[in-house]
Design a protein around this ligand. Structure first.
Ligand code: HEC
Ligand code: HEC
Ligand code: HEC
Length: 409
């Protein structure tokens, strides 16, 4: 593939006309590079590439939505099964307006409500880059949703309720760095897709921007600052986390580990700083008090903690910086929803390995060793002791054990 790209670029530079998809003229070279960078920032590959596949952007990855699964389509320039024969208008309408080639509505599993903040030029650069990808002939059946959600016309209502089209408008009262960060977070990087609470129809609750949401069995914690969850994190610490997957407070696993590996760790230092500066300025809701946990359960959980957890997380929960997370600072421990803590205990977790930091320490799985009551007890102990967060019930653990059965498409 690299060879085909090089030939295309060389011929382009020589001004040789090629009427295949992959020719990039010299004037296009900068556009292709801008497009490549935006594709990383927007993490298009995370959904449109099947993990482990040789064919980048050929689609078929199953995307979990609150209503069922969709498969991401093929967005390579293949004429039959990809977007090779689409016009630029059709491509722009898909990315920024959520419209399919035939005008039908796309499901918001494709994060077009965020991509709508990009400019026409941004999207045309993205197309220029995708045109340099090797076409893959792979027909994807996208829709696996049950009736009546398989009817795209249902999305008319959704769009009317939750989709506000329109490019990002800079705030003249703020610094250029803040505006760059706001553009990235609200636009291409679509942080709110996971971190903003959703209505029962899966639309963003915009008044609760970035205040945390649970999806696919992971809690994407509140990442507001000011009086929000990240008030103690400095902008530098947010930047370190987004670059490397670790900082003094937390280690990223699961969905966020993937976002960091594929996207934020590959962005420029100045863009990471800009996002951190912006996040430091997004204010959240003040923390609430929580009910006390049962003393016997706390004692049982404390004993399990001594036996199985202190080796890595230490007696005081502070862990080892950049290696074993500080449970007293982990948002997953403090947040009201216990899903992530339970999941990490049941299944373990591998922290993100990035080019900037290659060792990735792992959290062992305890699901095979501890029963539901024991997992609930140690989770309750950790949350009460280090996070002042509510207790976890045996039923919540049981639900989480059965909810996460693997699915094949
Ligand atoms: C979170 C997952 C996700 C990300 C990230 C994502 N997409 Fe998609 N995309 C989808 C899904 C799922 C669909 C199918 C939606 C539907 O058919 O209703 C889709 C549909 C599309 C389509 C329409 C294709 C067709 O055949 O109808 C295009 C074009 C597209 N995406 C391009 C992009 C680009 C470019 C990016 C990055 C800027 C991107 N996508 C990022 C999940 C994603
Ligand atoms: C695909 C879903 C998803 C997207 C997109 C996403 N996040 Fe996350 N994020 C998560 C999850 C899940 C966690 C919890 C990670 C864990 O348990 O280790 C998290 C954790 C974090 C944390 C650590 C919070 C803490 O207190 O430990 C920060 C900071 C963060 N995300 C920022 C961002 C930013 C900035 C973006 C956009 C560039 C973003 N995230 C995009 C899912 C996502
Ligand atoms: C071998 C070392 C090791 C042991 C033993 C261990 N952990 Fe972990 N733990 C880790 C690592 C590494 C992570 C980071 C992965 C992640 O972010 O989920 C982690 C993450 C966590 C998290 C998520 C923190 C966050 O930032 O979201 C919790 C909660 C947790 N561990 C609790 C426990 C409990 C309770 C036990 C005992 C039953 C335990 N761990 C035993 C290494 C360990």
């Amino acid at each position: 593939m690299a060879r085909i790209q090089t030939i295309a670029v060389v011929l382009g530079v020589l001004g040789v006309g090629m009427n295949v998809c992959c020719a990039a003229g010299p004037q296009d070279f900068a556009a292709v590079e801008r497009g490549r960078y935006l594709v990383v920032a927007a993490d298009c590959g995370s959904c449109h590439t099947l993990p482990g596949s040789d064919h980048s952007f050929a689609g078929d990855r199953a995307i979990e939505t609150p209503f069922g699964y969709l498969a991401a389509p093929n967005i390579t320039p293949d004429q039959q099964t990809g977007i090779g024969s689409w016009t630029d208008e059709q491509f722009d309408a898909a990315v920024r307006q959520g419209r399919s080639r035939n005008g039908a509505r796309l499901y918001p599993a494709m994060p077009f409500p965020y991509y709508s903040r990009m400019s026409r030029q941004d999207v045309s650069d993205i197309r220029a880059y995708l045109n340099t990808i090797e076409p893959a002939n792979n027909a994807v059946v996208v829709n696996r949703l049950p009736f009546p959600l398989n009817l795209r016309s249902a999305m008319i209502v959704w769009d009317a309720l939750y989709f506000t089209p329109g490019e990002f408008r800079p705030d003249a009262s703020k610094l250029a760095e803040w505006n760059r960060g706001a553009y990235l977070v609200q636009g291409p990087a679509h942080c709110g897709a996971c971190h903003t609470p959703k209505t029962f129809l899966g639309g963003d609750k915009t008044s609760e921007f970035l205040r945390g949401y649970t999806l696919q069995g992971w809690t994407a914690p509140d990442i507001t600052s000011g009086q929000g969850a990240l008030r103690d994190w400095s902008a530098d610490e947010i930047a370190t986390y987004l670059e490397s997957g670790h900082n003094t407070y937390a280690a990223a696993a699961g969905l966020m580990g993937e976002v960091i590996e594929l996207s934020t760790s590959k962005l420029t230092d100045s863009d990471i700083k800009a996002m951190a500066a912006y996040l430091k300025d997004v204010s959240g809701a003040p923390a609430e008090g929580s009910p006390a946990a049962d003393q016997d359960i706390l004692a049982a959980g404390g004993a399990i903690y001594q036996d199985l957890c202190v080796a890595c997380h230490r007696r005081d929960g502070h862990g080892v910086p950049n290696m074993f997370p500080n449970l007293a600072e982990a948002a997953t421990v403090k947040t009201a929803d216990p899903t992530s803590v339970v999941r990490v205990l049941l299944q373990g977790a591998q922290t993100a390995a990035t080019d900037r930091e290659r060792t990735a320490p792992a959290m062992p799985a305890f699901g095979w060793q501890l029963n539901d009551a024991q997992i609930a007890a140690v989770a309750t102990y950790v949350r009460d002791h280090f996070g002042k967060a509510p207790a976890v019930s045996e039923a919540q653990v049981k639900n989480e054990r059965v909810a996460r059965e693997p699915i094949d498409l």
